[in-house]
Design a protein around this ligand. Structure first.
Ligand code: NAG
Ligand code: NAG
Length: 134
């Protein structure tokens, strides 16, 4: 009886562990702050208006300009490792890279103030994020 239970439970745990590591693996933790209007000119699109679901990335994502136009899903997390725990009650946001922040390598990205506010209910600060190219 006990042996049968173990035989069932161990593969089950391994299966669950593989599910967890797969879903964590798709997301990267990072640190974000915000930047404010004016958003133009941007390093990628000059004076074009690309809306406000936008980010400015530091060297870690800039990829020698290849980052321009890349889209990311960004979630606000707590300082803990809780996955998908939104900070303000909203879900993740889809954002597009339009700008380069050469002086902000303490951060993975700067979120537009609109996106930052939607994620946190505050206009500026520093948050832990999870992000994923989409
Ligand atoms: C930004 O706006 C310009 C002008 O409308 C457009 O050509 C460009 O594709 C836009 N970029 C993105 C990532 O949407
Ligand atoms: C931590 C936190 O703010 N969680 C909220 C995430 O969003 C849901 C749905 O809007 C809220 O119910 C949670 O309180």
């Amino acid at each position: 009886m006990k042996e049968k239970t173990i035989i069932f439970v161990v593969p089950m745990l391994l299966f669950l562990a593989s599910l967890v590591s797969t879903s964590i693996g798709a997301y990267t933790p990072g640190v974000a702050s915000s930047y404010a209007q004016p958003y133009r000119p941007s390093a990628c699109y000059g004076n074009s208006d690309n809306g406000t679901n936008i980010i400015s990335v530091s060297d870690s994502l800039w990829d020698n300009r290849n980052a321009c136009g890349r889209k990311y899903g960004v979630w606000c997390t707590t300082a803990s490792e809780a996955m998908f725990q939104n900070c303000s009650g909203d879900n993740g946001y889809e954002v597009t890279v339009v700008d380069y922040c050469g002086h902000c390598n303490d951060f993975t990205m700067l979120l537009s103030q609109e996106v930052f506010s939607a994620l946190t209910n505050t206009e500026n600060g520093v948050i832990q994020i999870l992000y994923k190219e989409i």
